[in-house]
Design a protein around this ligand. Structure first.
Ligand SMILES: Cc1cc2nc3c(=O)[nH]c(=O)nc-3n(C[C@H](O)[C@H](O)[C@H](O)COP(=O)(O)OP(=O)(O)OC[C@H]3O[C@@H](n4cnc5c(N)ncnc54)[C@H](O)[C@@H]3O)c2cc1C
Length: 343
Protein backbone atom coordinates (compact mmCIF):
# COMPACT_ATOMS: atom_id res chain seq x y z
CA UNK A 1 0.00 0.00 0.00
CA UNK A 2 1.71 3.13 -1.24
CA UNK A 3 1.56 6.00 1.26
CA UNK A 4 2.38 9.59 0.36
CA UNK A 5 2.76 12.69 2.49
CA UNK A 6 1.32 16.20 2.05
CA UNK A 7 -0.66 15.60 -1.12
CA UNK A 8 -2.58 18.62 -2.38
CA UNK A 9 -6.31 17.92 -2.42
CA UNK A 10 -6.46 20.18 -5.47
CA UNK A 11 -4.87 17.33 -7.42
CA UNK A 12 -7.39 14.79 -6.09
CA UNK A 13 -10.64 16.73 -6.58
CA UNK A 14 -12.12 18.10 -9.78
CA UNK A 15 -12.99 21.54 -8.31
CA UNK A 16 -9.22 22.02 -7.78
CA UNK A 17 -9.52 23.94 -4.52
CA UNK A 18 -8.40 23.46 -0.95
CA UNK A 19 -5.39 22.46 1.11
CA UNK A 20 -3.42 19.24 1.48
CA UNK A 21 -4.09 15.80 2.90
CA UNK A 22 -1.56 14.90 5.60
CA UNK A 23 -1.27 11.39 4.06
CA UNK A 24 -2.78 9.43 1.18
CA UNK A 25 -2.80 5.65 0.68
CA UNK A 26 -3.43 3.76 -2.56
CA UNK A 27 -5.99 1.01 -1.92
CA UNK A 28 -5.39 -1.44 -4.76
CA UNK A 29 -6.48 -4.74 -3.16
CA UNK A 30 -9.21 -5.86 -0.77
CA UNK A 31 -6.49 -6.75 1.76
CA UNK A 32 -5.26 -3.14 1.73
CA UNK A 33 -8.50 -1.98 3.34
CA UNK A 34 -8.09 -3.42 6.86
CA UNK A 35 -4.40 -2.46 6.63
CA UNK A 36 -5.43 1.12 5.83
CA UNK A 37 -7.73 1.37 8.85
CA UNK A 38 -5.19 -0.34 11.12
CA UNK A 39 -2.51 2.15 10.04
CA UNK A 40 -4.91 5.05 10.69
CA UNK A 41 -5.75 3.68 14.13
CA UNK A 42 -2.10 3.20 15.08
CA UNK A 43 -1.32 6.78 14.10
CA UNK A 44 -4.61 8.23 15.46
CA UNK A 45 -5.54 9.63 12.07
CA UNK A 46 -9.04 10.30 10.77
CA UNK A 47 -9.81 8.56 7.46
CA UNK A 48 -11.53 9.56 4.23
CA UNK A 49 -12.17 7.37 1.17
CA UNK A 50 -11.88 9.09 -2.20
CA UNK A 51 -12.67 7.90 -5.71
CA UNK A 52 -12.24 10.32 -8.61
CA UNK A 53 -12.90 13.38 -6.42
CA UNK A 54 -15.62 14.60 -8.77
CA UNK A 55 -18.17 15.12 -6.02
CA UNK A 56 -16.01 16.38 -3.16
CA UNK A 57 -14.99 19.90 -2.16
CA UNK A 58 -11.78 20.31 -0.18
CA UNK A 59 -11.48 22.91 2.57
CA UNK A 60 -8.61 25.40 2.68
CA UNK A 61 -7.32 23.86 5.93
CA UNK A 62 -6.87 20.53 4.14
CA UNK A 63 -7.37 17.18 5.87
CA UNK A 64 -5.22 16.27 8.84
CA UNK A 65 -5.70 12.55 8.34
CA UNK A 66 -5.22 9.80 5.78
CA UNK A 67 -7.12 9.67 2.48
CA UNK A 68 -7.65 6.18 1.03
CA UNK A 69 -7.73 6.33 -2.75
CA UNK A 70 -10.03 3.55 -3.98
CA UNK A 71 -8.20 1.88 -6.86
CA UNK A 72 -9.51 -1.71 -6.80
CA UNK A 73 -10.30 -2.77 -10.35
CA UNK A 74 -11.96 -5.95 -11.63
CA UNK A 75 -15.11 -6.87 -13.54
CA UNK A 76 -16.56 -10.36 -12.91
CA UNK A 77 -19.48 -11.82 -14.85
CA UNK A 78 -21.55 -13.63 -12.21
CA UNK A 79 -24.53 -14.78 -14.27
CA UNK A 80 -25.95 -14.37 -17.75
CA UNK A 81 -29.27 -15.42 -19.30
CA UNK A 82 -31.15 -14.34 -22.44
CA UNK A 83 -32.79 -11.52 -20.52
CA UNK A 84 -30.12 -10.21 -18.12
CA UNK A 85 -26.56 -10.44 -16.84
CA UNK A 86 -25.03 -9.55 -13.49
CA UNK A 87 -21.59 -8.21 -12.75
CA UNK A 88 -19.50 -7.69 -9.66
CA UNK A 89 -17.36 -4.63 -10.30
CA UNK A 90 -14.39 -3.26 -8.34
CA UNK A 91 -14.91 0.04 -6.53
CA UNK A 92 -12.04 1.69 -8.40
CA UNK A 93 -13.39 0.94 -11.87
CA UNK A 94 -14.38 3.99 -13.91
CA UNK A 95 -18.18 4.34 -14.07
CA UNK A 96 -18.27 5.44 -17.69
CA UNK A 97 -16.17 2.45 -18.74
CA UNK A 98 -18.78 0.24 -17.08
CA UNK A 99 -21.47 2.05 -19.08
CA UNK A 100 -19.49 1.38 -22.27
CA UNK A 101 -19.03 -2.30 -21.37
CA UNK A 102 -22.67 -3.01 -20.44
CA UNK A 103 -23.98 -1.09 -23.44
CA UNK A 104 -21.74 -3.09 -25.77
CA UNK A 105 -23.14 -6.24 -24.12
CA UNK A 106 -26.65 -5.17 -25.16
CA UNK A 107 -28.03 -3.55 -22.01
CA UNK A 108 -29.48 -0.05 -21.80
CA UNK A 109 -29.89 -0.24 -18.00
CA UNK A 110 -27.21 2.40 -17.35
CA UNK A 111 -26.74 3.75 -20.90
CA UNK A 112 -28.45 7.03 -19.93
CA UNK A 113 -25.93 7.41 -17.09
CA UNK A 114 -23.04 7.46 -19.56
CA UNK A 115 -20.34 10.08 -19.08
CA UNK A 116 -20.98 10.60 -15.36
CA UNK A 117 -17.44 11.06 -14.02
CA UNK A 118 -16.11 9.01 -11.13
CA UNK A 119 -15.77 5.48 -9.86
CA UNK A 120 -18.11 2.54 -9.42
CA UNK A 121 -17.48 2.55 -5.65
CA UNK A 122 -18.88 6.08 -5.40
CA UNK A 123 -22.01 5.31 -7.46
CA UNK A 124 -24.05 3.99 -4.49
CA UNK A 125 -22.97 6.87 -2.24
CA UNK A 126 -25.27 9.45 -3.79
CA UNK A 127 -27.24 6.95 -5.87
CA UNK A 128 -25.97 8.65 -9.03
CA UNK A 129 -28.50 9.31 -11.72
CA UNK A 130 -29.20 11.03 -15.00
CA UNK A 131 -31.84 11.11 -17.74
CA UNK A 132 -34.35 9.02 -15.82
CA UNK A 133 -32.00 6.26 -14.64
CA UNK A 134 -30.29 5.85 -11.29
CA UNK A 135 -27.74 3.48 -9.79
CA UNK A 136 -30.36 1.99 -7.44
CA UNK A 137 -32.13 0.54 -10.53
CA UNK A 138 -29.26 -1.91 -11.07
CA UNK A 139 -27.46 -2.32 -7.72
CA UNK A 140 -28.30 -5.57 -5.97
CA UNK A 141 -25.43 -5.69 -3.44
CA UNK A 142 -22.74 -3.40 -2.10
CA UNK A 143 -19.56 -5.04 -0.80
CA UNK A 144 -17.77 -2.96 1.78
CA UNK A 145 -15.47 -2.91 4.77
CA UNK A 146 -17.28 -1.74 7.89
CA UNK A 147 -14.66 0.38 9.63
CA UNK A 148 -16.78 0.57 12.78
CA UNK A 149 -16.96 -3.19 13.30
CA UNK A 150 -13.69 -3.98 11.55
CA UNK A 151 -15.16 -6.56 9.15
CA UNK A 152 -16.12 -7.08 5.51
CA UNK A 153 -19.87 -6.93 4.90
CA UNK A 154 -22.32 -7.27 2.03
CA UNK A 155 -25.26 -4.89 2.09
CA UNK A 156 -28.48 -5.56 0.19
CA UNK A 157 -29.89 -2.73 -1.94
CA UNK A 158 -32.56 -2.27 0.70
CA UNK A 159 -29.98 -1.84 3.45
CA UNK A 160 -28.35 0.93 1.39
CA UNK A 161 -31.46 3.09 1.84
CA UNK A 162 -31.38 4.56 -1.66
CA UNK A 163 -33.47 7.61 -2.47
CA UNK A 164 -33.05 10.63 -4.77
CA UNK A 165 -29.25 11.38 -4.80
CA UNK A 166 -28.97 9.80 -1.38
CA UNK A 167 -28.14 6.62 0.52
CA UNK A 168 -26.98 5.67 4.00
CA UNK A 169 -23.39 6.18 2.73
CA UNK A 170 -23.88 9.93 2.64
CA UNK A 171 -26.41 9.90 5.47
CA UNK A 172 -26.33 8.09 8.79
CA UNK A 173 -23.43 5.78 7.77
CA UNK A 174 -21.28 8.55 6.28
CA UNK A 175 -17.58 7.63 6.59
CA UNK A 176 -18.32 4.17 7.99
CA UNK A 177 -17.95 1.94 4.91
CA UNK A 178 -15.22 1.55 2.35
CA UNK A 179 -16.98 0.19 -0.75
CA UNK A 180 -14.65 -2.15 -2.64
CA UNK A 181 -17.13 -3.76 -5.08
CA UNK A 182 -20.71 -3.44 -6.29
CA UNK A 183 -22.92 -6.20 -7.72
CA UNK A 184 -25.35 -5.02 -10.39
CA UNK A 185 -27.93 -6.65 -12.62
CA UNK A 186 -28.41 -5.43 -16.18
CA UNK A 187 -31.47 -6.07 -18.30
CA UNK A 188 -31.15 -6.96 -21.98
CA UNK A 189 -34.67 -5.67 -22.68
CA UNK A 190 -34.62 -3.15 -25.53
CA UNK A 191 -34.73 0.50 -24.38
CA UNK A 192 -38.24 1.56 -23.39
CA UNK A 193 -39.80 5.02 -23.87
CA UNK A 194 -40.79 7.47 -22.50
CA UNK A 195 -37.35 9.07 -22.46
CA UNK A 196 -36.29 12.26 -20.74
CA UNK A 197 -37.29 15.30 -22.82
CA UNK A 198 -33.73 16.25 -23.85
CA UNK A 199 -32.99 12.66 -24.87
CA UNK A 200 -36.24 12.36 -26.84
CA UNK A 201 -35.50 15.65 -28.62
CA UNK A 202 -32.05 14.37 -29.62
CA UNK A 203 -33.53 11.08 -30.88
CA UNK A 204 -36.19 12.97 -32.88
CA UNK A 205 -33.57 15.29 -34.39
CA UNK A 206 -31.53 12.28 -35.46
CA UNK A 207 -34.60 10.37 -36.71
CA UNK A 208 -33.95 7.49 -34.31
CA UNK A 209 -37.25 5.76 -33.60
CA UNK A 210 -36.16 2.65 -31.75
CA UNK A 211 -32.78 3.42 -30.21
CA UNK A 212 -30.30 0.68 -29.40
CA UNK A 213 -28.47 0.82 -26.05
CA UNK A 214 -25.44 2.18 -27.90
CA UNK A 215 -27.52 4.95 -29.50
CA UNK A 216 -28.84 5.95 -26.06
CA UNK A 217 -25.25 6.09 -24.79
CA UNK A 218 -24.10 8.15 -27.76
CA UNK A 219 -27.07 10.52 -27.47
CA UNK A 220 -26.56 11.14 -23.75
CA UNK A 221 -22.81 11.59 -24.18
CA UNK A 222 -23.42 14.17 -26.93
CA UNK A 223 -26.10 16.04 -24.93
CA UNK A 224 -23.89 16.15 -21.83
CA UNK A 225 -20.90 17.44 -23.81
CA UNK A 226 -23.02 20.46 -24.82
CA UNK A 227 -24.18 21.25 -21.30
CA UNK A 228 -21.46 20.12 -18.92
CA UNK A 229 -17.94 21.51 -18.82
CA UNK A 230 -15.12 18.95 -18.92
CA UNK A 231 -13.61 19.00 -15.40
CA UNK A 232 -10.15 18.39 -16.89
CA UNK A 233 -10.40 21.76 -18.66
CA UNK A 234 -12.80 23.73 -16.46
CA UNK A 235 -12.74 22.62 -12.80
CA UNK A 236 -16.23 21.74 -11.55
CA UNK A 237 -18.22 19.05 -9.73
CA UNK A 238 -21.12 18.76 -12.16
CA UNK A 239 -24.44 19.77 -10.60
CA UNK A 240 -23.49 21.96 -7.69
CA UNK A 241 -27.01 21.98 -6.25
CA UNK A 242 -29.51 19.18 -5.90
CA UNK A 243 -32.76 19.73 -7.74
CA UNK A 244 -35.39 21.14 -5.43
CA UNK A 245 -38.06 18.71 -4.27
CA UNK A 246 -41.14 20.68 -3.25
CA UNK A 247 -44.60 19.84 -1.91
CA UNK A 248 -47.71 20.47 -4.02
CA UNK A 249 -48.55 23.64 -2.08
CA UNK A 250 -45.16 25.22 -2.86
CA UNK A 251 -45.40 24.08 -6.47
CA UNK A 252 -48.87 25.62 -6.90
CA UNK A 253 -47.51 28.90 -5.52
CA UNK A 254 -44.59 28.73 -7.98
CA UNK A 255 -46.95 28.07 -10.88
CA UNK A 256 -49.08 31.06 -9.95
CA UNK A 257 -46.01 33.27 -10.51
CA UNK A 258 -44.58 31.50 -13.55
CA UNK A 259 -46.91 29.14 -15.36
CA UNK A 260 -44.24 27.40 -17.39
CA UNK A 261 -42.15 26.21 -14.44
CA UNK A 262 -40.43 22.96 -15.50
CA UNK A 263 -41.22 20.09 -13.15
CA UNK A 264 -41.11 16.32 -12.75
CA UNK A 265 -43.50 14.42 -10.48
CA UNK A 266 -41.77 12.18 -7.90
CA UNK A 267 -43.11 8.76 -6.88
CA UNK A 268 -43.87 10.09 -3.36
CA UNK A 269 -46.24 12.78 -4.69
CA UNK A 270 -43.79 15.67 -4.33
CA UNK A 271 -42.49 17.60 -7.33
CA UNK A 272 -38.93 18.01 -8.57
CA UNK A 273 -38.11 21.49 -9.86
CA UNK A 274 -34.73 21.93 -11.59
CA UNK A 275 -32.49 24.11 -9.43
CA UNK A 276 -30.71 25.25 -12.60
CA UNK A 277 -33.97 26.83 -13.72
CA UNK A 278 -34.50 28.47 -10.31
CA UNK A 279 -30.97 29.96 -10.46
CA UNK A 280 -31.51 31.09 -14.05
CA UNK A 281 -34.64 32.97 -12.99
CA UNK A 282 -32.56 35.01 -10.51
CA UNK A 283 -30.48 36.31 -13.43
CA UNK A 284 -27.24 34.74 -12.17
CA UNK A 285 -26.65 32.44 -15.14
CA UNK A 286 -23.24 33.27 -16.64
CA UNK A 287 -22.24 35.54 -13.73
CA UNK A 288 -18.80 35.40 -12.10
CA UNK A 289 -19.13 35.32 -8.29
CA UNK A 290 -15.95 35.29 -6.18
CA UNK A 291 -14.07 33.57 -9.00
CA UNK A 292 -16.81 30.97 -9.53
CA UNK A 293 -18.64 31.12 -12.87
CA UNK A 294 -22.32 30.14 -12.97
CA UNK A 295 -22.12 28.03 -16.12
CA UNK A 296 -23.67 29.96 -19.01
CA UNK A 297 -24.84 26.66 -20.58
CA UNK A 298 -26.38 25.25 -17.40
CA UNK A 299 -26.81 27.37 -14.27
CA UNK A 300 -26.70 24.29 -12.03
CA UNK A 301 -22.96 23.96 -12.57
CA UNK A 302 -20.37 26.19 -10.90
CA UNK A 303 -17.00 26.42 -12.64
CA UNK A 304 -13.89 27.38 -10.72
CA UNK A 305 -12.60 30.00 -13.10
CA UNK A 306 -10.38 32.05 -10.78
CA UNK A 307 -11.36 31.22 -7.19
CA UNK A 308 -8.30 30.94 -5.01
CA UNK A 309 -9.84 29.22 -2.02
CA UNK A 310 -12.72 27.24 -0.61
CA UNK A 311 -13.82 30.48 1.08
CA UNK A 312 -14.38 32.05 -2.34
CA UNK A 313 -16.55 29.12 -3.31
CA UNK A 314 -18.47 29.30 -0.01
CA UNK A 315 -19.20 33.00 -0.63
CA UNK A 316 -20.44 32.31 -4.18
CA UNK A 317 -22.59 29.42 -2.93
CA UNK A 318 -24.24 31.57 -0.25
CA UNK A 319 -24.91 34.35 -2.75
CA UNK A 320 -26.77 31.93 -5.04
CA UNK A 321 -28.70 30.22 -2.23
CA UNK A 322 -29.82 33.62 -0.91
CA UNK A 323 -30.86 34.84 -4.38
CA UNK A 324 -33.02 31.74 -4.99
CA UNK A 325 -34.52 31.94 -1.53
CA UNK A 326 -35.34 35.62 -1.92
CA UNK A 327 -37.11 35.04 -5.24
CA UNK A 328 -38.90 31.75 -4.57
CA UNK A 329 -38.77 31.04 -0.82
CA UNK A 330 -37.00 27.75 -1.63
CA UNK A 331 -33.67 26.81 -0.04
CA UNK A 332 -31.56 24.88 -2.52
CA UNK A 333 -28.99 22.40 -1.19
CA UNK A 334 -25.43 21.67 -2.23
CA UNK A 335 -24.85 18.28 -3.88
CA UNK A 336 -21.07 17.68 -3.44
CA UNK A 337 -19.72 16.37 -0.15
CA UNK A 338 -16.81 17.93 1.67
CA UNK A 339 -13.41 16.96 3.02
CA UNK A 340 -12.02 19.23 5.66
CA UNK A 341 -10.61 19.37 9.16
CA UNK A 342 -13.69 17.72 10.62
CA UNK A 343 -14.52 15.34 7.74
C1 LIG B 1 -18.95 17.17 -15.03
C2 LIG B 1 -19.65 16.36 -13.98
C3 LIG B 1 -20.89 15.81 -14.23
C4 LIG B 1 -21.56 15.06 -13.26
N1 LIG B 1 -22.77 14.53 -13.56
C5 LIG B 1 -23.44 13.81 -12.63
C6 LIG B 1 -24.72 13.24 -12.93
O1 LIG B 1 -25.23 13.39 -14.05
N2 LIG B 1 -25.33 12.52 -11.98
C7 LIG B 1 -24.79 12.32 -10.74
O2 LIG B 1 -25.42 11.65 -9.91
N3 LIG B 1 -23.57 12.82 -10.42
C8 LIG B 1 -22.89 13.57 -11.34
N4 LIG B 1 -21.67 14.11 -11.03
C9 LIG B 1 -21.11 13.90 -9.70
C10 LIG B 1 -20.11 12.72 -9.62
O3 LIG B 1 -19.69 12.35 -10.89
C11 LIG B 1 -20.71 11.51 -8.92
O4 LIG B 1 -21.16 11.86 -7.63
C12 LIG B 1 -19.72 10.37 -8.81
O5 LIG B 1 -20.34 9.22 -8.28
C13 LIG B 1 -18.51 10.71 -7.95
O6 LIG B 1 -17.57 9.68 -8.12
P1 LIG B 1 -16.10 9.85 -7.58
O7 LIG B 1 -15.40 8.55 -7.76
O8 LIG B 1 -15.46 11.03 -8.20
O9 LIG B 1 -16.38 10.09 -6.04
P2 LIG B 1 -15.67 11.12 -5.06
O10 LIG B 1 -15.96 12.49 -5.49
O11 LIG B 1 -14.25 10.74 -4.89
O12 LIG B 1 -16.45 10.80 -3.70
C14 LIG B 1 -17.79 11.18 -3.54
C15 LIG B 1 -18.24 10.71 -2.14
O13 LIG B 1 -18.30 9.31 -2.13
C16 LIG B 1 -17.41 8.76 -1.14
N5 LIG B 1 -16.77 7.61 -1.75
C17 LIG B 1 -16.14 7.58 -2.96
N6 LIG B 1 -15.70 6.33 -3.21
C18 LIG B 1 -16.05 5.57 -2.16
C19 LIG B 1 -15.87 4.21 -1.82
N7 LIG B 1 -15.25 3.37 -2.64
N8 LIG B 1 -16.34 3.76 -0.63
C20 LIG B 1 -16.98 4.61 0.22
N9 LIG B 1 -17.19 5.91 -0.04
C21 LIG B 1 -16.74 6.38 -1.21
C22 LIG B 1 -16.43 9.86 -0.81
O14 LIG B 1 -15.96 9.73 0.53
C23 LIG B 1 -17.27 11.09 -1.03
O15 LIG B 1 -18.01 11.35 0.14
C24 LIG B 1 -20.97 14.85 -11.99
C25 LIG B 1 -19.70 15.40 -11.72
C26 LIG B 1 -19.04 16.15 -12.71
C27 LIG B 1 -17.68 16.71 -12.41
Amino acid sequence: MKIQEAVSLQTLTTMRLGGAAHLTADITTKEDIPRFYEFAKQHSLPTYILGGGSNVLAHDEGFNGIVGKMMITRVELLEETDSFFSLRVGGGEVWDELCAFTTAKGSSSIAAMSAIPGTVGAAPVQNIGAYGQEAADVITKVHAYDSQRGEFVTLSAQQCGFSYRHSIFRGEASGRYCIYAVTMQFSKRPPQPPYYAALQTYLDEHAIEQPTPLQIREAVTAIRAQKLPDPALQPNTGSFFKNAIVDTETFTRLQQDIESVPHYPMPDGRIKVPSGWLIQQTGLKGELLHGMRVNPANALVLINESASSYSDLAAARQYIIDAVHKKFGITIEQEPLEIGPAA
